[in-house]
Design a protein around this ligand. Structure first.
Ligand code: FES
Ligand SMILES: [Fe+2]
Length: 422
């Protein structure tokens, strides 16, 4: 194929099915997207002390995220021995002085330096240049509000530049509390059939599906308001979607909150008050409404009446996604509220969550059908709301009330630029 330009038609707002099922497109993404973009690797609270580490992947490649022992700096290394490539760390998390390869025993310190080589004098005659054979390090690691992102591209713009105006929206969740946010222990991980972009695009601006695919949740009052207009109760003001620069997208809406446990209700009230102290007046009306967003390319966040989930859509081939979901909560939330957040997340956005089950059914099916030799000749329609978005004073990005696909198509417009070097 080679010519990725034709896959996204910016005049007609259509996307070629090969974007979701073609192996050549997928392989090119590993370099042009996952090799050059900022990828979420950990929350700072997972590695509070020197020597603490977690393992994850950037794209398909296994990495170690470690707070080094010398300067306490968070570093990210490919989890692969320089001798024959075996993983030097085989557990999810821990604290260590070094990473020892299980194959021949090369040992690296927390700064990635090769320290120990069995039979260094006898077999290598002391001649092996240890300084040249340290772990491969991602050259860029930067944080935003506790979220740690890494980038394999030395020349990438800063994380701050990449997030740009979208930080204004992320702060509605991440900067509303004096105590800051922490991730609860444990990560939900599961594999779904489907393409990684289908998860990313949905969270970045597909409110359209909520009233149909997630009907069962709408009916029990845990979905968007079903008033028949689909525009929400306060369109533009609180119920809206955003196309932000660099492919990021945001959904904002208000849902009527039913009877809550008094401890949770008090917590939400306190959280709103704290948010008003910390955030700009233009942000106040949006505190503790429902937020859903995607940071390009594969990081999403959802804040949903008292709980926040962040997740990564790890690519595992054109037709498989590993979803890793972390629960965030204010560091000083009372125990009852933590328990509530755990339960509501398990019920909604988790492997056992009803929303998650619904979404998991359609993404795999779509990719399977789009792979068909006939179906792949016909593009997918992303035209909803095109040309009707507006700039709203005091609020970043291009805004449109639900439903619209301006945010979703913005994701593919940016994807096209990354894939073609535009
Ligand atoms: S592969 Fe790691 S020491 Fe040989
Ligand atoms: Fe969904």
């Amino acid at each position: 194929m080679g010519d990725f330009e034709v896959l996204v038609d910016v005049d007609r707002c259509t996307v070629d099915p090969r974007v979701f099922c073609d192996r050549e497109v997928y392989e090119a993404e590993q370099d042009r997207i996952f090799g050059r973009q900022w990828l979420f690797v950990a929350h700072e609270c997972q590695v509070p002390n020197r020597g603490d580490f977690v393992t994850t992947t950037m794209g398909e490649e296994p990495v170690i995220v470690v707070r080094d022992r010398k300067a306490g700096q968070i570093r990210v290394f490919l989890n692969s021995c320089r001798h024959r490539g075996v993983k030097v760390c085989r557990v999810d998390e821990g604290n260590t002085r070094n990473f020892a390869c299980p194959y021949h025993g090369w040992t690296y310190d927390t700064e990635g330096k090769l320290r120990g080589v069995p039979q260094f004098r006898e077999a290598y005659y002391g001649e092996l240049d240890k300084d040249a054979w340290g772990l491969v390090e991602a050259p860029r690691v930067e944080s935003f509000r506790g979220l740690v992102f890494a980038n394999f591209d030395d020349d990438a713009p800063t994380l701050e530049t990449h997030l740009g105006e979208f930080r204004w929206y992320l702060d509605l969740i991440l900067d509303r509390s004096h105590a800051g946010m922490v991730a609860l222990p444990g990560i939900h991980r599961w594999r779904l059939p489907g393409n990684w972009k289908l998860g990313a695009e949905q969270f970045g601006g597909d409110n359209y599906h909520a009233n149909t695919l997630h009907q069962s949740m709408v009916k029990i009052g845990l979905g968007p308001p079903d008033d028949g207009t689909f525009r929400g109760n306060r369109p533009w003001e609180v119920d809206f979607e955003v196309k932000a620069e660099n492919g990021h997208g945001w959904i904002n809406f208000d849902v009527p909150i039913g009877d809550l446990d008094p401890a949770v209700a008090a917590y939400l009230e306190r959280s709103r008050a704290e948010g008003r102290e910390r955030l700009a007046p233009a942000q106040h009306a949006l505190i503790q409404t429902v937020h859903v967003g995607t940071v390009f390319p594969n990081f999403s966040i959802i804040g949903f009446i008292g709980f926040t989930s962040i997740r990564v859509w790890h690519p595992r081939g054109p037709d498989a996604i590993d979803v890793w979901s972390y629960a965030l909560i204010e560091a000083d939330a009372p125990a009852e509220v933590v328990e509530y957040a755990r339960k509501i997340q398990t019920l909604t956005f988790a492997p056992s969550g009803i929303y998650e089950q619904d979404d998991g059914c359609v993404w795999g099916e779509a990719v399977e059908v789009l792979s068909g030799h006939q179906r792949r000749k016909y593009p997918l329609n992303y035209q909803m709301g095109d040309g009707h978005g507006k700039r709203v004073a005091g609020r970043p990005g291009t805004i449109h009330p639900p439903s619209t696909e301006i945010g979703v198509f913005g994701f593919y417009d940016h994807w096209r630029k990354c894939m073609t070097g535009a």
